[in-house]
Design a protein around this ligand. Structure first.
Ligand code: ADP
Ligand code: MG
Length: 238
């Protein structure tokens, strides 16, 4: 326990929550499949970043997470890698339809970046990824979603549009990520986020990442996360 505290300190990691899993030191510690380990190596990721060291084992344990760390600290892989594991763990993957992993991001640029990262790690698993955001033809997106996917990465407004058009259903969605939650709030997406969350089964795993933690986000987190583990790296402002 003393060792764990010292290791966290050395990486500027702070945690709170009930029975927080211990941080990992290497990607090997995560028990990833050989395919996933290959994909990680292909990215040139030699060792996990501090947020990954603590968030990966917590997310892999199935817990809800509030993750805070500055831009460029590797938060994307902290939720994308466990999402691949989560999807591969689903029984009878082929029989059902609709995305299992749903990621909301504030802008099309961010959604596209996450899409590229998710593609890299899902390719070798036969997992289909769709990106849904403004500036693309709604009809094309509708058709793509109708063809099926396991992961959807979306800006909130366009995802609501697609749900209204019944381009996808959320019956299979059990892994929800709200990335850059503070920016989504700044852009006025709170009602859309609440609507999307309300359409996803309550026994889902929910992850919320943010660079800052204003009170409005604290409040949302309390409402939509269950028994979350909070992981902070470095200093985080309100
Ligand atoms: P954040 O979401 O925290 O702003 P990103 O997930 O976009 O950060 O990652 C920032 C950069 O770091 C990306 O180019 C990503 O490919 C890279 N990266 C992520 N994890 C690792 C790692 N373990 N080792 C090396 N580079 C990494
Ligand atoms: Mg990010």
């Amino acid at each position: 326990e003393q060792d764990v505290a010292e290791y966290r300190n050395s990486l500027a990691i702070r945690v709170s929550g009930f029975e927080v899993p211990r941080p990992i030191k290497t990607f090997e510690d995560c028990g990833f499949s050989p395919e996933l380990m290959n994909a990680i190596a292909k990215q040139g990721y030699e060792k996990p970043t501090p947020i990954q060291c603590q968030a990966l084992p917590v997310v892999l344990s199935g817990r809800d997470v509030i993750g805070m760390a500055k831009t460029g600290s590797g938060k994307t892989a902290a939720f994308v890698l466990p999402m691949i594991v989560h999807i591969m763990d689903q029984p009878e993957l082929e029989k059902e339809e609709g995305p299992i992993g749903v990621i909301c991001a504030p802008t099309r640029e961010l959604a596209h970046q996450i899409y590229l990262e998710a593609k890299k790690f899902s390719k070798s698993h036969g997992i289909r990824v769709s990106a849904v955001y403004g500036g693309m033809s709604k009809l094309d997106q509708f058709k793509e979603l109708k063809a099926g996917c396991e992961i959807v990465i979306a800006t909130p407004g366009r995802l609501i549009d697609m749900l209204k058009m019944k381009a996808l259903n959320m019956l299979r969605a059990t892994y929800l990520v709200l990335d850059e939650a503070d920016r989504m709030f700044d852009l006025g997406f709170e009602p859309q986020i609440r609507s999307i969350v309300g359409q996803i089964r309550p026994d889902r795993q929910t992850l919320l990442f943010s660079a800052t933690m204003p009170r409005k986000i604290e409040k949302l987190a309390r409402e939509i996360l269950t028994d979350p583990v909070r992981v902070t790296v470095g200093e985080v402002g309100r």
